[in-house]
Design a protein around this ligand. Sequence first.
Ligand SMILES: Cc1ncc(COP(=O)(O)O)c(C=O)c1O
Length: 411
Amino acid sequence: MFKINDNYLKLPGSYLFSNIAKKVAAYSEAHPDQADQIIRLGIGDVTLPLAPAIIERLHSAVDEMAKQETFKGYAPDLGYEFLRTTIVEHDYQARGCDISADEIFVSDGAKSDSGNIGDIFSVDNKIAVCDPVYPVYVDSNAMSGRTGVYHPETEMWSDVIYMPCVSENHFCPELPKETPDIIYLCFPNNPTGTTLTKDQLQVWVDYALKVGAVIIYDAAYEAYISSENVPHSIYECKGAKGCAIEIRSFSKNAGFTGTRLGFTVVPKDLKCGDVSLHTLWARRHGTKFNGAPYMIQAAGAAVYSEEGRKQTQEQIAYYMNNATTIREGLIDAGYEVFGGVDAPYIWLKTPNHMKSWEFFDYLLEELNIVGTPGSGFGPSGEGYFRLTAFGSAENTKKAMERIRAGKVSGK
Ligand SMILES: Cc1ncc(COP(=O)(O)O)c(C=O)c1O
């Protein structure tokens, strides 16, 4: 009789977004007159269409597939050279980071890479995560049996080191008392929308080098950074090539959430004893992944063209205008607000000590606005709430008018 991977049975249900959808559907059904008034500021998905330069390149790449001379079959496992050299030039060398094209592994997105990277590490490693957190890091480690026992009452795993990121520590994780082997960091952060300065990130790099840990650095929201002292890549920190893997995505900088493209940087200097993690990840990638489609990689390279950069920067500016509208609207209404300066997420403290889900109900029922309860991202997210800047400018303004008029904060 076959056996299943029973680590899957230990996973708590991931009900956050389905619960939200159910609650919104039930409310709409009970109040059909309000259903079309509901404004959704809960999603982490982009809403603007792909930029013209990207669409143009997609079309021409499709045409290439129709001709014998330019048809492409399997892509190289690790990505086309044209994309890897473009990435290195614009994302790394332009920022003074000494990363080479053969340290870039092109993939179908940051979710796959952050979920799969655990394959190259022993099950005995202890992981450390920020709390609240993007759930993929914890769940993928749980699936491979690295997280121990789940305690529903605390919503924590026995073998995971949780690093609370709350207003009291300005959402900057503190070095843990227990020494981890693998440290997941994501900045600009989802869900809190906060960042670390280069000096703050350097502390983590120095720590990882000292204790022999590896940092998995998720920089999916790098394109939203506008502050001077916030690093776009962990490789801006000294020594990071000896301790960090960086994961990037085309989803949020260029709207590829439905198009699918990302990459991971595994520096050749990164070793466990004599074994290079680069070699292990190349082996894993070559065995389990057959390359991102040519057309999508061609479109990805177009993101870096002059027109592509201009157009995607305009899209980011559009979302960040929404972020400013939300931040200012909430501050005006008396809320305590975080993030939203270098990230498309705004993290707010719920008023009057309301639980995150209570505040969700209030926003939905009284103001017809949908957001995401902070507690859904981890126990330290309780009492917080996430709004996103990915809606339309018109709806975002309308939502803030309702919040200003609602003034639930009572401050
Ligand atoms: C922190 C973080 N990493 C990765 C992803 C997924 O990126 P991709 O669309 O490239 O899989 C998301 C998506 O919301 C995210 O918030």
